[in-house]
Design a protein around this ligand. Structure first.
Ligand code: BJ8
Length: 439
């Protein structure tokens, strides 16, 4: 296995090799059991299976090879990071481990118990030295989105270099002006790490690479969720690809997603679906679902429904908008275009955030979905509070919705499955009643 092969490298970047190997073993076993056993998977999933086996090995070697050439390596927990600048500098921008339960107990020695599991998990990985991505990062990108995160950077900074970007909570003109300045400062920080100046052309190249990646993901999103009778790929596999979009080399990832999409195109033409006709189609909304958090998708797809998209940051919110670089002549113009693109992100940290609610209702109609699951991580106040406004809007439209709040512990898996089954039953009943009424 890859981890074994790269043991020396992992040890040299400070990974606790023994503990890391144990965690990777558990992760791979979970992936094999939950993903590779699915029937009728697209052949192109073979690449993503391979990537999973090398996720904390070969990919880490690639990132560290870049670092050896003074290319920046930036770790993040948020999609506000202007990754185009990092990629333009020839470096790697990647998501850090933060979706597993085991490190949380360690994190709670320094962090309060009642904050979201994503933050505690990521913090615990740093304390344990069991995430090779965290260990590879020149710095961790932090942002001032939620209360828990913005205070955590101060503590995390004692263990690893952190660069914090001030993300406003409103989108007034003065807020956006400040945001643009923050992007410029981020670029200057990348220059400090790389020990060289970064040109406009390089940054524009970075934008092109990431725009192409987002286009490929949009293509997959359309193929996966816009054909009411054919689901050519499972929601679980599609979620996994979204999760890997934060780790893989962007150019290779784009190529592999497009190859998969070519196969899905063929499947749709040949009417090859991984779910039977009339399988309830569920949209998932809410907080990011970081790997290996596959609890919700497993519960839904083992209960006779399929998930047709994720509205969250590991999903649609990440790839829905591109950076428009048409006619950009100067660095300041580019920062403005980046700011315009990033300020379209409808994270619940903003007030007001009404475009998100409108978008969700429209997505539901476009995808001909049958129901919605609003998923929030425990103690994520912004998404939890916002769920009230979203469910109110869904109720007005008569859209069935289930709200689930959960953490990373396996304990509530059974309870979630029971609630999902009851929800699906109510959807099926509604469909039957409608069909009867239309006779
Ligand atoms: S853009 S959603 S990735 S901040 S850490 S807010 S779950 S309490 S991750 Fe996020 Fe950026 Fe927004 Fe997206 Fe809640 Fe936890 Fe905070 Fe979280």
């Amino acid at each position: 296995m890859g981890v074994e092969l790269h043991k020396d490298l992992l040890s040299s970047i400070g990974v606790d090799v023994e503990r890391h190997a144990k965690m990777m073993g558990m992760g791979l076993a979970g992936y094999q059991a939950g993903f590779m056993s699915q029937p009728n998977r697209p052949k192109a999933m073979a690449y993503f299976d391979w990537f999973m086996s090398e996720i904390q090995a070969e990919r880490i070697a690639e990132i560290n090879a870049l670092k050896a050439q003074k290319k920046p390596a930036v770790g993040t927990f948020c999609i506000f990071v202007p990754e185009e600048i990092v990629v333009g500098a020839g470096g790697a921008c990647f998501g850090l481990c933060g979706g597993a339960n085991p490190p949380i107990a360690d994190a709670e020695t320094e962090l309060p118990r009642n904050i979201c599991p994503l933050i505690k998990s990521a913090y615990g990985f740093k304390l344990q030295h069991t995430c090779a991505y965290t260990q590879s990062a020149d710095f961790i990108y932090g942002e001032t989105t939620c209360e828990a995160k913005k205070k955590t950077w101060e503590l995390l900074g004692k263990h690893h270099p952190v660069h914090v970007m001030n993300i406003p909570h409103m989108k007034r003109e003065r807020d956006l002006k400040m945001w643009q300045e923050e992007i410029k400062e981020f670029k200057e920080h990348i220059e400090e790490v790389s020990e060289r100046k970064l040109s406009l052309e390089e940054m524009l190249e970075g934008v092109k690479v990431i725009n192409a990646k987002r286009d490929a993901m949009k293509r997959l999103d359309t193929l996966r969720g816009m054909h009411p009778d054919i689901m050519p790929i499972s929601g679980k596999d599609a979620l996994f690809i979204s999760q890997m979009s934060f780790l893989d080399d962007p150019k290779r990832f784009t190529q592999k997603v497009n190859e998969l999409c070519d196969e899905l195109d063929e499947r749709i033409k040949d009417k090859v679906s991984v779910f039977p006709e009339n399988t309830p189609r569920i949209m998932v909304l809410g907080t990011p679902i970081a790997p290996p958090n596959w609890k919700l998708h497993t519960a839904v797809e083992s209960s006779g429904a399929c998930i047709i998209n994720e509205e969250g940051c590991i999903g649609h919110r990440y790839f829905k908008d591109n950076v428009d670089i048409e006619g950009v002549q100067s660095e300041d113009e580019l920062y403005e275009r980046l700011m315009k693109r990033y300020s379209k992100i409808d994270c619940a940290c903003f007030t007001p955030n009404t475009p998100r609610t409108d978008k969700i209702v429209q997505m539901y109609k476009d995808r001909k979905a049958d129901g919605v699951i609003y998923y929030t991580l425990s103690f994520c106040h912004t998404y939890n509070v916002e769920s009230h406004l979203v469910t109110e809007a869904l109720a007005k439209e008569g859209i069935p919705c289930l709200v689930i709040e959960s953490d990373y512990s396996p304990e509530d898996a059974g309870q979630i499955k029971t609630r999902v089954e009851a929800f699906l039953e109510s959807i099926t009943f509604k469909q039957k009643a409608e069909a009867f009424a239309n006779k």
